[in-house]
Write a protein of this length. Sequence first.
Length: 109
Amino acid sequence: MKLVLTIVNHDDSRALLDALMKQGFQATVISTTGGFLREGNATLFIGVEDERVERVMQIIHECCHTRTRFISPLPPLMEPGELPAGTPVEVQVGGATTLVLDVERWEKY
């Protein structure tokens, strides 16, 4: 048994959950915030049999894509107008960060 823990962009989370459910997987989701942009993410906890881990990884890969976005280079604590606005910077957002962990014991009541 494995625990697949994946952190995805909030924009990708609904499609990922739907795809997982269609394949018979269950997931627990918590809302998280983090990263350079401090944007909303979803962290999914998916308990899965060892032989089905690769299918879960394929679904994650299919549903969670990186994309580019332009952001203002102002530091997060600055208020607009305190400094002249800089040129927007192109950054990558989205995708998934995934960990696959061994589960020593699993019980479902």
